[in-house]
Design a protein around this ligand. Sequence first.
Ligand SMILES: *[C@@H]1O[C@H](CO)[C@@H](O)[C@H](O)[C@H]1NC(C)=O
Ligand SMILES: *[C@@H]1O[C@H](CO)[C@@H](O)[C@H](O)[C@H]1NC(C)=O
Ligand SMILES: *[C@@H]1O[C@H](CO)[C@@H](O)[C@H](O)[C@H]1NC(C)=O
Ligand SMILES: *[C@@H]1O[C@H](CO)[C@@H](O)[C@H](O)[C@H]1NC(C)=O
Length: 492
Amino acid sequence: MRILQWAFVGLLSLATADSNLTHESRNILPSNFKPQQHFRNVNLVRNINLEKNYVRETVNVVIENVDKAAQQEYFLPFEPGSIANVGGLEVRDKKEPEKGGFVAEIAATDAQSPTEFYKIILPAPLEPKAQLTLSITYWTLASLQPLPAQIGQTEKQYVLYAFSAYAPAAYDTQKQKTKLKLPTTDVPDSVTLPKSLNAEGKEDPQKQGTSFTYGPYSDIPAGSIQEASVRYEFTKPLTHSKLLERDVEVSHWGGNVAFEERHWITNRAATLKNHFSRVAYQQAAYYNPPMAALKELRFPLTVGSADAYFIDDIGNVSTSRFRTNLREANLELKPRYPVFGGWNYSFKVGWNGKLDGYVRHLKGESEAYVLKVPFLDGPKQIEGVEYERVVTRVILPEGAANVRFETSVPLISNTTSLHRTFMDTLGRTTLELTAINVVDELRDRELIVTYDYPFSAQFTKPLTIFAGLMAVFVVSWVIGNLDVSIGGKKAA
Ligand SMILES: *[C@@H]1O[C@H](CO)[C@@H](O)[C@H](O)[C@H]1NC(C)=O
Ligand SMILES: *[C@@H]1O[C@H](CO)[C@@H](O)[C@H](O)[C@H]1NC(C)=O
Ligand SMILES: *[C@@H]1O[C@H](CO)[C@@H](O)[C@H](O)[C@H]1NC(C)=O
Ligand SMILES: *[C@@H]1O[C@H](CO)[C@@H](O)[C@H](O)[C@H]1NC(C)=O
């Protein structure tokens, strides 16, 4: 039997002596490890992109069935506690990416097991000895830690990213390497691994500008972890949205689609060492140095958007610009105060769009309509924005029925319900979609909602209002004609 538990503690050296980076080696697979050793990773290349404030990983791996029977389920392990921050996991056949993503789901593991897995279902069972190249992509939220955790208002920020130099794998891996793409060459600390681990006996990592390559490594047993980390300059906000509630309200009668987004943002950046100084902040505004505070949010909206508003907990915020013309609709918001590390900011923004820009009558089906909107608008920042939870509600007109939807954004739940507001008789059909661990890269993904809106229902609203007005008229007429004078009928 293979010995899974092994360690290298003590063998390792650091790039700089004063850094406190750890680099222990261990095995993350529990003793009651479930996935059967049906596969072998023949060759694995992992790319970790650190250019944004969330981490994007791409793993290209040639897998081989080493079992006697055809196999269809491939497991991908995550370190204890980390799977909760993973989002947008997609798996494709590297050689035929156009064929679409494979089914990948979080595998139910028993409570005892600290390691969690994604179970990837191959589109067809892989025959014994056959190989397949998987391309696995995902991002992880909240994985950069400011170090030091406190800085001065105009100081540079450094963040620590801890990872395993061996790609976490549920199977033995013959050959592998991990490449990091850093945002800068200012990297004061990085774990240096002993040359003896490197399959080519080279310096580990190999550094080339903003690219660091750990490995290659040969014959790494399943579950092996080789801790490593890098600390690099990232003087940008770590914008983290705890919750985004987005409403898309369709009104056929008004010829309008109203959008509203309610944001609860926190900046995960290093906190301020001293009290905030507005004087220093205003002085800095002249030379505009990089800063870890969030000063501006940019929302590129659909062309033709109008009537934008920006309201925070205190009220209307006037420090915003809405530039619209035939080619663009850009909403540029300045929060009421710069949002430094550890600070929160919540606000709502809204705007209107013309119905015919988003809703189309389905040809051939007299009562069917298609709504096509971005899954989320939200700010688009160079450094990125990550969302813990996005709840999108599509509020359809009264009488809309048979609601179906489609989106390539992975969802954790969807519900259709009735939502009643003033002057509604039936209530409006509301579709609510929840996604977790989303990043601003998904801004361009679409949400397509199809629904039936019977001709008769289209008159419900005007008829309700008409009936309401009639009722008021009748009531006032009746009241006006009532004889309420004291003493009954006047004597003639
Ligand atoms: C590293 O550890 C030493 C003590 O072990 C501590 O004084 C120092 O502040 C630490 N440095 C960082 C950057 O955490
Ligand atoms: C909010 O500010 C905008 C201009 O920025 C103004 O047009 C609008 O009337 C204001 N709304 C309220 C409720 O004060
Ligand atoms: C920000 O919000 C979190 C809860 O979401 C809270 O724990 C924290 O104290 C808030 N920070 C500030 C500075 O108010
Ligand atoms: C919507 O949720 C149901 C379970 O409530 C699920 O079966 C269905 O696949 C979901 N639809 C989509 C498109 O995600």
